[in-house]
Design a protein around this ligand. Structure first.
Ligand code: SF4
Ligand code: SF4
Length: 403
């Protein structure tokens, strides 16, 4: 990323030289690329996109409409990265390419409007309530990627001023799925941890800005988040997309403070997996759930195993058979590329249906709000893994909030 100290190409895209040259065009990433699987088009594959980056960077070709489409249709799922034997940092190449591309053209009005609201928590809450009212009156278009039942009111909790851990609450998840943060907080407090929420002063993590190539915006938000979170305590994140973004602040900002901050960030399942002996015993019947691994957990953070560890005392887990292929949500991708996002989702839906057919399980658990909304939009029953755990703990008769 921008903060990398290593040599850059000095070309049109000015990418990190060793990153761009490390691809040996072996094609082993192709089966792991959702857009290649759906289109069969080399220009929609990691290998093809890298070749196109090289061609433009060297000045061999100009970035025409087709070239831009190849870059815009990447989900930034990084499934190609974990499959690549040459360790090509594809996410970095794509993010840096988008930063250059975005600087040279207007960002779509829809995306700008969405990002404007996301970084203003009060406006986001007011707008979300308006959406909830419209939804009750059946005035919302069905294709909007919002929860099936938007909350009319988001209870404002009086935050602790101190805590053993900070729970990063972000933006959309806080406004649209407050029950998830409440469940996560309940599970954490049931281990005896005192939880402080990051709240409005930290706000949005900037992941969608990074995806869109809005580097300056992402840096500004990263700086705000770091300033709002107290030092020396673990920063726990229950949204895989936000967690991956926070973990990359060191690279994004290129400062020692940012690197130290990123080192404190943990996915909440990772932290719980290390403290699993402190979790209360389950009560009642075990449930069975299908686990969907968000790309930002599996490919970007590599911590998807901890979800299984945390669920194990409370639920039986059914695995999908698609080796972690992306569901098609991809941050704002489902809004910007609805056709391709829907086609990619069809493959995930087929995998879920196979899992249901063999196990009887219908509930899917996903640790990323974007994936959850994208899958719920086509009728899947999707919950956060820690909602399942909180329910099991609550069944024991204890106070789920640990108070
Ligand atoms: S990105 Fe990696 S796996 Fe894909 S073609 Fe290049 S070297 Fe091979
Ligand atoms: S990040 Fe995902 S969509 Fe983009 S090239 Fe890699 S595998 Fe394909």
């Amino acid at each position: 990323m921008s903060g990398s100290p290593t040599a850059r190409t000095g070309g049109v895209l000015d990418l990190r030289d060793d990153a761009l040259t490390s691809c040996v065009a072996c094609g082993l990433c192709l089966p792991h690329c959702p857009t290649y699987r759906v289109t069969g088009d080399e220009r929609r594959s990691p290998r093809g996109r890298i070749a196109l980056m090289r061609a433009v960077d060297s000045g061999e070709t100009l970035p025409d409409e087709e070239w831009l489409e190849s870059m815009d249709t990447c989900l930034l799922c990084r499934g190609c990265e974990t499959a690549c034997p040459s360790a090509v940092p594809f996410g970095e190449l794509m993010t840096d390419t988008r930063t250059v591309v975005t600087a040279g053209r207007r960002v779509s009005l829809r995306l700008r409007a969405g990002l404007f609201v996301l970084v203003r928590p009060r406006l986001l809450r007011v707008g979300s309530r308006a959406l909830a009212v419209m939804q009750r009156l059946h005035l919302l278009p069905g294709r909007l990627p919002v929860p099936a039942r938007m909350p009319l009111r988001v209870p404002r909790r009086r935050g602790r001023s101190e805590g053993d851990v900070v729970l990063f609450t972000g933006c959309v998840m806080d406004a649209w799925q407050p029950g998830v943060h409440a469940a996560v907080e309940a599970v954490l407090e049931a281990t005896g941890a005192r939880v402080r929420r990051s709240g409005d002063s930290a706000g949005c993590c900037g992941a969608l800005h990074t995806h869109a190539g809005l580097d300056a915006g992402a840096r500004g938000l990263a700086t705000r988040v770091m300033a709002a979170i107290p030092p020396d305590v673990p920063v726990l994140v229950d949204s895989a997309g936000c967690g991956a973004a926070l973990r990359e602040y060191g690279t994004l900002l290129g400062t020692a403070d940012a690197t130290a901050f990123s080192a404190r960030v943990r996915d909440v399942h990772e932290w719980l997996a290390e403290n699993v002996e402190r979790m209360p015993a389950p009560a009642g019947e075990r449930t069975t759930v299908i686990v969907q691994d968000p790309c930002h957990m599996r490919h970007a953070q590599g911590c998807h195993g901890s979800v299984r560890t945390v669920l194990a005392p409370y639920a039986d887990v059914v695995e999908l058979d698609d080796e972690g292929l992306c569901c098609g949500a991809g941050g704002a991708f489902s809004m910007l590329q609805p056709g391709l996002a829907g086609a990619v989702r069809l493959r995930k839906t087929a995998s879920i249906q196979r899992a249901t057919a063999t196990s009887g399980a219908r509930t899917v658990v996903s640790a990323n709000p974007g994936c959850a909304l994208h899958l719920a939009a086509v009728g899947h029953d999707v919950r956060h893994p820690l909602e399942v755990v909180a329910e099991s703990i609550r069944g024991s008769g204890g106070d789920p909030h640990g108070r």
